[in-house]
Design a protein around this ligand. Structure first.
Ligand code: FAD
Length: 429
């Protein structure tokens, strides 16, 4: 069996490695001419780390990523609402990592080149169209997937086919567009994100991820360089977030991961966010570049699969970047799809099993993230004590906070018991 993967992002490359391990041939097609270390920070939750460790990437991850030891939520006055250990400190069998997205993508790319061979990873080829056949109940997909790619270098079309085609081509997926040509625009949350990276002295223990504020004004930080951490410094990945007035039809600004802006666009809103353990205006001022991104997602789809073609990662379920789940869910998709292709000899049956497993889970996360996911604890504290508090217990009892945290972990598949089971027996979390 040969699987064609559209997109050499985190989802596509992980799928290529998982298929290779399972003895299934994979070929990757990436639109960019060159795979470069783009983006800023992401968090790899323990269920994702467990899968990556299973692919033999654990030691390499440990070299680039900072082991996240704790997650803490604060209000806009820097008062702590909730704190929980993460990764090994929380009893998981594997760490949670905070990494630079681009460095992690390069790590996956290098492993894919070494294991599959460079000739299997094609760059400068953008999927243009898919011929959708065999998606009826009478014929669920007996023919190979046929598709065409545009070669960037000479603007010519290349025809190709494969037993299975996987659209891992991100939030603006062309494969998804071929299924749903109308009515699939990103939904704007009316929140904008500004993201940057600042090298500075460590805050707290140098391994804690924190969020401060509430749903209309928030600041997130986590350190993402293990090398700097070993030198006693920190490469702080940060995200400032503000609610903005809606447009008439609520069309979001175009989501371009690389749109650079000046800090004057948002920094004044955080001018007094200086606490004895971190100086947020100084963190913002220290960034070399700041990128703006609208917080968008898309409504969950009724289906991801047509015959021998399916979707994976952000192409299937773009979600708000809440709860650190985007890359983890793409990695879990890759595992589930590989398992299904191994288990079911009929490819179209395998794709439908994969979809039946993963679509409801990821749809639940998309919807829960619209309700602030685990960050709901910050919203509760803000609503009940907008001017701050002396004792958080009298505002939001710890039992209520703990229940919100656990419910989200169960929904997203990383409650400690599920990850321990998966790591021990290879079962999906
Ligand atoms: C440049 C970039 C920077 C990012 N930066 C961050 C960040 O800083 N923080 C964060 O949390 N998340 C970031 N993300 C998103 C994050 O990587 C994803 O949410 C998550 O990892 C899921 O990965 P994915 O593989 O589904 O999608 P993506 O990581 O978006 O990968 C999709 C890949 O498909 C390729 N592609 C798109 N269209 C086509 C086509 N027609 N034909 C062939 N290939 C195509 C893209 O070039 C890309 O390499 C970024 C994504 C990109 C592409």
């Amino acid at each position: 069996m040969k699987v064609a993967i559209i997109g050499a992002g985190i989802g596509g490359l992980t799928l290529a490695l998982a298929l290779h391990r399972a003895g299934i041939e994979a070929e990757v097609y990436e639109a960019s001419e060159q795979i470069r270390p783009l983006g800023v920070g992401i968090n790899l939750l323990p269920h994702a780390t467990a899968e990556l460790t299973g692919l033999g990437l654990g030691p390499a991850l440990g070299e680039i990523g900072v082991q996240t030891a704790a997650l803490a939520y604060y209000n806009r006055f820097g008062q702590r609402i909730w704190h929980e250990p993460r990764g090994l400190a929380a009893g998981y069998p594997v760490p949670q990592y905070s990494v630079h997205r681009g460095e992690f993508q390069m790590l996956l790319h290098q492993a894919a080149v070494e294991r599959l061979g460079a000739h299997r990873i094609h760059t400068g080829l953008a999927l243009e169209s898919v011929t959708l056949t065999g998606s009826t109940l009478m014929d669920p997909g007996s023919e190979p997937a046929v598709f065409s790619l545009r070669r960037r270098s000479d603007d010519t079309l290349v025809e190709a086919s494969a037993d299975v085609l996987v659209g891992a081509d991100g939030i603006h997926s062309a494969v998804r567009r071929s299924f749903y040509p109308v009515g699939d625009a990103p939904r704007f949350s009316r929140r904008l994100l500004w993201r940057g990276v600042t090298d500075a002295a460590p805050y707290l223990d140098g391994q804690t991820m924190f969020m401060a504020g509430h749903q209309d004004q928030k600041f997130v930080c986590y350190p993402i360089s293990e090398q700097l951490r070993r030198e006693g410094r920190s490469r702080i990945n940060w995200i400032a977030e503000l609610r903005v007035p809606g447009t008439e039809d609520d069309t979001p600004p175009k989501s371009d991961w690389n749109k650079r802006v000046d800090k004057s666009v948002f920094a004044d809103s955080f001018a007094d966010w200086r606490w004895d353990w971190i100086d947020i205006p100084a963190v913002i001022a220290g960034a070399q570049a700041i990128y703006e991104f609208p917080m968008v997602d898309k409504d969950p789809l009724p289906g991801w699969t047509r015959g021998r073609v399916t979707l994976l990662g952000d192409a299937a379920h773009p979600m708000y970047p809440i709860g650190s789940n985007g890359s983890a869910q793409a990695i879990m998709d890759a595992r589930a799809l590989t398992d299904a292709l191994v288990q079911f000899k009929d490819p179209s049956m395998a794709l439908r099993e994969y979809e039946a497993d993963r679509l409801p889970r990821t749809a639940g996360i998309v919807l829960r993230n619209r309700m602030n996911g685990p960050e709901q604890v910050m919203q509760l504290a803000h609503q009940r004590a907008p001017q701050g508090f002396d004792d958080i217990e009298s505002v939001v009892p710890q039992a209520e906070l703990a229940a919100i945290a656990l419910r989200y972990k169960q929904l997203a598949g990383f409650d400690p018991a599920a990850v321990a089971r998966a790591a021990a027996g290879g079962a999906k979390a």
